[in-house]
Design a protein around this ligand. Structure first.
Ligand SMILES: NC(=O)c1ccc[n+]([C@@H]2O[C@H](COP(=O)([O-])OP(=O)(O)OC[C@H]3O[C@@H](n4cnc5c(N)ncnc54)[C@H](OP(=O)(O)O)[C@@H]3O)[C@@H](O)[C@H]2O)c1
Length: 282
């Protein structure tokens, strides 16, 4: 049996829907902290179980009979995220899970500018130490977050962002879900680290050029990171402002410039490109 945590979220639910198109629902388990949010999956025949990352006992019960588990990384950050992921990994071991797929990020490291990549580094280590087979999906930045990053740029013609010439191998979240479903239904992914992104990386100048092709002319203006963080702090709690400013610095330093054909191979087609994504926005 295959279980997916975070089944109520975008990636978890989309992965289960891709799996449903190719396999029997009786082999699928959707784990959610609020099972009402996955009633649609239950209606399609998927087994739904309650499991909260903060409650190890609930997770052990949720993983009963499961061979392969997808741990969708928690939405919280820092020590609390590590506590939650530790609960999931320990519960998986206790319940007899054999293989964990984990949604990580490119270049996880204790010194990453992008703070979630610090948690991913620690979680990958915990999974390694558990002795369970693993597959790390180091998901690049979602194309889906790009409209939030762009803000008013398509209308104003000015794209302010502190990324220098840094590039990102952006990827559509539903492409990750489809690739993940295909990996879950095929052999040979034990103890592998996959860079999940586009075969080509894009700079913010490329993004401005792509926007200019589909609408108003847009200029990219590289700004100091401190100015960007100060602006974010006007709209977001300080830790989120720090995370997004760190993400931008990570982009500038090349941490997200990881072009790779793995996802293309898993999909058997080209992933959605930045240009196509931006065209469909307008
Ligand atoms: N690469 C990127 O650009 C990018 C962008 C955003 C996030 N991410 C990471 O990738 C993950 C998956 O992305 P996504 O788009 O699917 O995020 P999402 O839609 O926010 O889904 C997160 C899932 O985690 C579940 N969850 C959170 N805390 C939980 C807990 N204590 N116990 C059990 N489940 C819990 C949520 O449940 P509820 O529905 O109950 O809240 C939800 O199902 C995110 O959680 C985040 O770590 C990556």
């Amino acid at each position: 049996m295959i279980a997916i945590t975070g089944a109520s979220g975008h990636l978890g639910k989309a992965t289960l829907n891709f799996l449903l198109a190719k396999t029997n629902p009786s082999s699928l388990v959707a784990v959610a902290r609020d099972t009402e949010k996955v009633a649609d999956l239950a209606a399609k025949g998927v087994t739904v179980r309650q499991g909260d990352y903060t409650d190890r006992t609930s997770l052990v019960a949720a993983f009963a009979g499961v061979d392969t588990l997808v741990l969708i990384s928690s939405a919280v950050l820092g020590d609390e995220r590590i506590r939650q992921h530790t609960n999931v990994i320990n519960a998986a071991k206790e319940a007899g899970v054999k293989h964990i797929f984990y949604t990580s990020a490119p270049n996880p490291s204790l010194t990453a500018h992008f703070t979630p990549a610090i948690d991913h580094f620690q979680t990958e280590n915990l999974i390694n130490e558990s002795g369970l087979a693993y597959t790390f999906f180091r998901n690049n930045l979602y194309l889906d977050i790009l409209p939030g990053v762009l803000g008013e740029a398509p209308q104003s013609g000015k794209l302010y962002f502190p990324a220098g010439d840094g590039k990102v191998s952006f990827v559509l979240r539903t492409d990750i879900a489809e690739g993940l479903a295909n990996a879950l239904l095929s052999e040979g992914h034990e103890n592998k680290i996959y860079e999940i992104g586009s075969p080509e990386s894009y700079s913010f100048s490329d993004i401005a050029a792509a926007l200019s092709q589909s609408g108003k002319s847009v200029d990219y203006i590289d700004i100091p990171n401190s100015a960007y963080e100060a602006e974010l702090q006007k709209h977001l709690p300080a830790h989120y402002a720090k995370m997004y400013a760190g993400m931008a610095e990570g982009v500038k330093q090349g941490d997200f410039d990881v072009p790779d054909a793995t996802l293309e191979n898993l999909l058997g087609r080209q992933p959605v490109t930045l240009t196509d994504f931006l065209k469909n926005l307008s």
